[in-house]
Design a protein around this ligand. Structure first.
Ligand SMILES: [Zn+2]
Length: 232
């Protein structure tokens, strides 16, 4: 992955809106159009749906309202078996039509806090949470907006299956972490995915096969309509 993306990652953590990444990961062999703009926004609230999902899967116990401040969130956690794997992005949402990423900063922290408690550790550095969040969400954007050697974006992205979208977001994140020595983040991503649904675990098939992953992305992008919904 290029230095430019690294600088962009750093800028995103500090800023609220970021100019397009002019160069994107060599991992995917894609380039960004010069006039493509990717917007990053931050949602600082705890999203009720996320808290409810944690309750549903047995990681969080709530009484009447969402607990706050943070100390009370931690106290409300309880060890248990995860009843239902998490089936949504832990980190935020990518809006392909608006070319916008929204990072769920507080919700991400809440979920990670809950998962870490489940895993027997309460200590994940906040910068690592933010690196995980930005890398995953930017990987979504790049797999969609990046221009391939045919001069095309992934036109069928919006209609593609969750499995495909999450395969690329997860797998490129993992390869990025390994390539840049971010082994803690690689370990955390792997650990968290054990508590996520199947769609978030397809990346394991490509953990040692970056070339195969790139081929897969090119193949999927160049298929139309229903074909882009193929199973991994
Ligand atoms: Zn995702």
């Amino acid at each position: 992955m290029t230095d430019e993306l690294m600088k962009a990652l750093a800028a995103m953590v500090e800023g609220l809106k970021v100019r397009a990444l002019e160069t994107i990961p060599e991992l995917a062999g894609l380039k960004m159009n010069e006039d493509t703009e990717l917007t990053i926004e931050y949602d600082w609230k705890i999203r009720p749906a996320h808290a409810q999902a944690l309750v549903d899967c047995g990681l969080l116990k709530l009484r009447q309202q969402l607990p706050r401040p943070w100390a009370r969130v931690v106290k409300s956690l309880r060890p248990c078996k995860v009843k239902r794997p998490l089936s949504f992005d832990l980190w935020g949402k990518y809006y392909p039509d608006k070319q916008k990423i929204v990072i769920y900063d507080q919700s991400s922290s809440l979920i990670i806090c809950a998962l870490c408690y489940k895993m027997g550790s309460l200590c994940v550095p906040v910068p690592s949470i933010r690196i995980l969040a930005h890398t995953h969400m930017i990987s979504h954007a790049i797999s969609h907006l990046g221009i391939d050697k045919n001069g095309k974006m992934w036109d069928g992205y919006a209609d593609a299956s969750q499995e495909l979208k999450e395969l690329f977001a997860q797998a490129y994140s993992y390869h990025f972490f390994l390539a840049y020595g971010k082994f803690l983040e690689a370990y955390l991503m792997e650990s968290f995915s054990e508590h996520q649904c199947e769609a978030y675990n397809q990346w394991q098939k490509y953990r040692n096969n970056l070339a195969g992953l790139n081929k897969k992305l090119m193949r999927v992008r160049n298929k139309e309509g229903m074909m882009s919904k193929e199973i991994i």
